[in-house]
Design a protein around this ligand. Sequence first.
Ligand SMILES: Cc1cc2nc3c(=O)[nH]c(=O)nc-3n(C[C@H](O)[C@H](O)[C@H](O)COP(=O)(O)O)c2cc1C
Length: 330
Amino acid sequence: MNLETSYLGLTLRNPLIVGASPCCDDIELCRRLEDAGASALAMHSLFEEQVEFEEAARFRLLEGPSESNPEALDYFPHYEEYSLTPELYLRQLARLKATLKIPVIASLNGHRPGGWIDHARRLEATGADALELNLYSLATDPDTDADTIEAGHLFVVRSVIESVKIPISVKISPWLTAPAHFVRELELSGAKGVVMFNRFYQPDFDIEDLAVKPQLRLSDSSELLLRLRWLAIISPHAKISLAASGGVHNAEDVIKALLAGAHATQLVSAILRHGPRVITEILHGLTTWLETHDYKSLDEVRGALNLSRCPDPSAHERANYVKILQSWKS
Ligand SMILES: Cc1cc2nc3c(=O)[nH]c(=O)nc-3n(C[C@H](O)[C@H](O)[C@H](O)COP(=O)(O)O)c2cc1C
């Protein structure tokens, strides 16, 4: 069965990408993921703060200590707590490229224009096949409107695109007011793909200590539904690659993402829970489903349930919301 898919202009042997996560820190694990069938590997991100800390540290060494806002720095992990410094990140990328045959996608995580953007060139020079930009920010300032934030993000994306030749994808938030429009803006800016979506880690409250508790919970398949809806809405218009990230745990999830219009899926929680074998199992399930339904390639499946092709487009839209609420029976 031909499971090939085109993603960011790269030909992948199947649509199962290892998503941005600590998996990339362990070369042996990456080799096993490749052997299990993964078609590409996204590295975890190099963070804007990390690159800027390193530059600030270098500056402090030259100029002596001067810190305008130490509290702001307390918010982020201490420099040594990042798993890979910018230099080590480049070294790890070089090792992954020397070890793996599948494409390696580097990841930069930031949201403001700044020196960290120049790092894209170093990732390209070290051999990254593509670069994923994670524009993670929270709009906490009531004086800043959505247009300003989105314009800022597009500026960052364009700055990176102008500085490298490798394809750029952008991992976006599901909480944009107009995701379809923003994807079009990314496309016009030269991005080659969009990863849907960033998963926001929601802190909980400890009601005894009156403290806010950061926490990281792995996903389950229920998180895929948000991705399916927006893939189905965006895929009829998008000319760039679309990847589903969040809630992909089994072959059924991958098939649904393809039907919604995805070119690829990214898996993290499933791999962290079950290890590389989950990739092999999903590929087996996907192949069996394609054969049973007489499909010859993923192109025949992709987008079959998106907004322009599904038998009942209203199922994706407001009409369905009204219908669902009205049909509730206690
Ligand atoms: C431990 C861990 C580390 C992660 N690190 C990154 C990261 O550095 N950059 C990034 O863009 N996403 C990161 N993610 C998010 C994943 O790439 C992915 O978007 C998210 O986990 C949803 O996919 P899943 O449902 O398959 O887990 C991380 C996720 C986990 C669980």
